[in-house]
Design a protein around this ligand. Structure first.
Ligand SMILES: Cc1cc2nc3c(=O)[nH]c(=O)nc-3n(C[C@H](O)[C@H](O)[C@H](O)COP(=O)(O)OP(=O)(O)OC[C@H]3O[C@@H](n4cnc5c(N)ncnc54)[C@H](O)[C@@H]3O)c2cc1C
Length: 344
């Protein structure tokens, strides 16, 4: 998203940007996403949720996201909903295909299947594919984000941020097709007893559950639910629907008495029957990355801007460190800022 947003903003500012896309289609992970572009309600909330991030980078998202969403509308991109459905957050939901098509139109010159050799704005989506491979985790993202922008920036003297081993994680029942990335996500750890392969409790999850997914031992666990949990709502669905999507995806869903260990007693297991779902940690995007300032300028270790080099989206670190936030919001806000600074 960040590259397209930068391209669209640069074209609006009367430049003639070229967006080079390594993949065979535009849109990267944005196209696969749920399309909810959101922010924490206040900077204090953002700081509390992502305590390792830079306040100055977070502040621009809180201050500028609403204008950036209005800007999307000025490009002809209508949201499908003007709220996120989550009382902790503010934002809008988009149809990801419509969002991608409109940004592609606005950015103008997109060249598919062309990895960049030289670039002014780095927006290659972080290094989710590499991290998943190195840690033997599933990938729940577009396949092309290997860290090419990061490597290029480091070669040009860029510093990296904290959180290089953190990621936005989701629990998946199996390796699923891209079209099932959203539908098959097992987002009900808070209603489940989460157990490792020896039957020990892994612990509780924050509301977004990305923290727990990053802590799953060897990236694997069992989510065990009782009949009451199955009736709990999760966004527009229920836990039972999500368990069904695990079954449909070819996941391992079994009566909990067929687990290879005894279930520990838990208040979460009060109404039989109990069901166990095998889950695997999947990387959606990385959290650490290139260090930038709040004008999207790439910084070296002394905090000096590298000449004529900007970065946006998941290539950038230091925004969500220690927590979870909207990758689409960061990509949109900093994609626009990168274009504006580059042309200033
Ligand atoms: C299933 C799913 C659901 C999600 N839901 C949400 C959501 O509801 N809300 C939210 O905020 N976030 C969501 N996200 C995360 C969001 O999609 C990402 O945070 C966001 O797309 C990051 O933007 P980006 O521009 O950095 O990366 P991308 O959108 O992935 O774009 C990066 C682009 O760079 C290209 N590229 C990589 N290497 C090169 C290279 N060497 N040369 C040229 N091009 C290159 C890639 O092919 C890709 O097209 C979701 C992600 C997934 C996968």
């Amino acid at each position: 998203m960040a590259g397209l947003a930068a391209g669209a903003r640069a074209r609006q500012l009367r430049a003639a940007p070229v967006v080079l896309e390594k993949g065979n289609r535009a849109g990267g992970s944005m196209l696969l996403s749920s399309g909810v572009v959101w922010r924490h309600r206040t900077l204090d909330d953002f700081r509390a949720e992502c305590p390792g991030g830079e306040a100055s980078l977070q502040a621009r998202i809180v201050e500028e996201l609403d204008d950036a969403l209005d800007w999307l509308e000025s490009l002809g991109i209508e949201p499908v909903r003007r709220e996120t459905g989550n009382p902790l957050t503010l934002g809008r939901r988009y149809d990801p295909t419509g969002l991608t098509e409109a940004l592609v139109r606005a950015a103008g010159d997109i060249r598919l299947g062309v990895p960049f050799a030289e670039a002014q704005v780095l927006a290659t989506g972080g290094f989710a594919a590499r991290l998943a491979r190195e840690r033997d985790l599933l990938l729940r993202a577009a396949p092309w984000s290997e860290g090419d922008g990061l490597a290029y920036a480091i070669e040009r003297g860029a510093a990296t941020t904290g959180g290089m081993d953190e990621f936005y994680g989701r629990a998946m029942p199996a390796a699923v097709a891209e079209a099932d990335f959203v539908r098959a996500s097992q987002l009900y750890a808070r209603h489940a007893l989460v157990l490792d392969d020896d039957g020990n409790e892994v612990g509780e999850a924050a509301w977004h559950e990305s923290d727990l997914v990053q802590r799953l031992p060897d990236g694997r666990a069992w989510y065990v639910v009782d009949a009451r949990a199955l009736r709990e709502p999760v966004r527009e669905r229920t836990v039972a629907d999500l368990v069904e999507s695990a079954r449909n995806a070819g996941g391992d869903v079994r009566p909990a008495d067929q687990l290879p260990f005894e279930l520990p007693p838990s208040p979460k297991l009060s109404e039989p029957p109990f069901l166990a779902v095998r889950v695997h940690a999947a990387v959606t995007h990385t959290t650490g990355g290139i260090r930038i300032d709040d004008r999207a300028r790439v910084l070296d270790r002394e905090g000096r801007p590298a000449p004529n080099l900007y970065a946006a989206g998941a290539d950038v670190g230091g925004i969500f460190t220690g927590g979870y936030g909207s990758g689409l919001a960061a990509a949109l806000v900093y994609g626009r800022i990168a274009a504006e600074t580059a042309l200033a």
